[in-house]
Design a protein around this ligand. Sequence first.
Ligand code: SF4
Length: 579
Amino acid sequence: MLKRVLNIDLTNETYKIEEMENLFTLFLGGIGTGIRLLERNCPESTDSNSENAPIIFCIGTLEGLFPCCSKTAAVFKSPLTGNLGESYAGGKLGLAMRFADYGAIVIKGKAKRSTYISIHNEDVKFHNATTLKGLSTYATARVLREVEKRKGIQSIVTIGPAGERLIRYANVNVDTYRHFGRLGLGAVFGSKNLKAITISGNQSYEIDDKKTYKTVYRAIYDILINTPIMQKYHDLGTSVNILPLNELRCLPTRNLQTSSFEGADKISGELFASEYLTKKIACGQCPIGCIHIATIRIPFGSEHEYESMKVPYDYEPLFSLGTMLGISSPEEVMRLIEIVDGKGLDAMSTGVILAWATEAYEHGLISAKETMGIPLYWGKGDNYRKIIENLVNGSNEFYKILSTGVLKASGIFGGHDYALELGRNEIAGYHCGYATILGQLYGGRHSHLDNGGYALDQKLHSNPMEPEKIVETLILEEQGRCVFNSLVACLFARGMYTDKIISDALEVAGIKRTPEELAELGELIYTERFKFKIREGFDLDNLKIPKRFYETESFNGMLNEKNMEKLAEIYRERIKGLL
Ligand code: SF4
């Protein structure tokens, strides 16, 4: 059973281990435990970049026990939205925490100079990282893998130059190919002078009823491996979505001026698999391996010299750095993914901001004077690479403004009607209908994954529902995902982890929960998240939806502002009723 919390104080370079078994028994770990730890450790109205702002990592009760329960929740105050920061990453971090015997890690304070922390079981050390300053996420991880070789399961967590420069949508890289992508955790690392963490553990844990454990494990494993439920993730990965979403008119293109892209087949999962895919890897203890890595070669010099690059590709960066920018060259998209990952930027926010900037440039709201002579044209990958360099370097006032997010940038330069954010977070790659927009607007972290509104819209197309029912379905889905995100199971496996399977698996871990009790827990966590958001200034009554959503045909046709407002009102009242 999880119980230990490692508290790290960067200011004084000290640490303390606490036992908080109740917090893990009650909330199951992950976001449930994390939100309670955030309430306790983040004083009201704390500046996300201040010493007092905590970084909290939490794993779930089933971590290290069952397949696909391999993720880690990060909870923090978001520099991008100003309220709840919540993000999830795979890789080996969860397993490393489990084998170091920590259910959660809480980091506070601010280091005097650039620092990396190494954690091996109960040994915690603070190291001078000034020689790593400015290095990409990839290079930092390479160096730390050499100097911090440890026994057991090890994970390396780093930021790139974007986090060091406090860009509000800087991400945190985990084990090179996974990320705490959204809401700016990288900037919180940067504000603490925290360049990286290595964590490793080689401890063990006992399971009382090994016979039942084997039976439940085998049942889960069989479904994952011997049924089609996870097949698409292993085969083409999430990039399998490009062609169907394009067909359905759900694929935001050129800043959602259209919802289908004429070059979709050139950056599809099928094309990548046949031409560029060289490896598939998996998060710790996952038999699926949905992480697809492509290899490209970049020519340099005149005598057939090449640099090879390994690039992880998923649906989301293919949307944000491909279709949103009108780029149909797979190699150009991969070069953009590589630079964005290496700099430590969230690919989705970056692509949406570049798309807004391109349209603002077309309309004359910004000019070559602001961009330092770099023209912004759809499809020009080399220009976008230069823009990203300048953005991360903060080369002038315009680039510094771009680093604050699309809402702030459009507040200064104009073009708010096509600045594609919902709840201050740049949008995900779906234009499916009302539920997609509402789900991101009122979701706890303004993510498409909070409640899967995009999937509901695909059902609504053939099975319409009353507005009240749409809102209820989204809220119930989000509450269910709050339980899932406490475990912290991979959302791709949510079709397999039914309430019954979760109850059986929890029993192996010594926790009894009926499906009804799990539903109550989901509602509790959902409500706690909103209470924290509202405590930190989130205003349910003051959220805007950019006009662009009503101007471009979605999978469910043209959307109507009045219908949307009616749904939004029902949603707001429903949330208020829970608080
Ligand atoms: S399915 Fe993919 S993202 Fe999910 S745990 Fe497995 S490898 Fe990680």
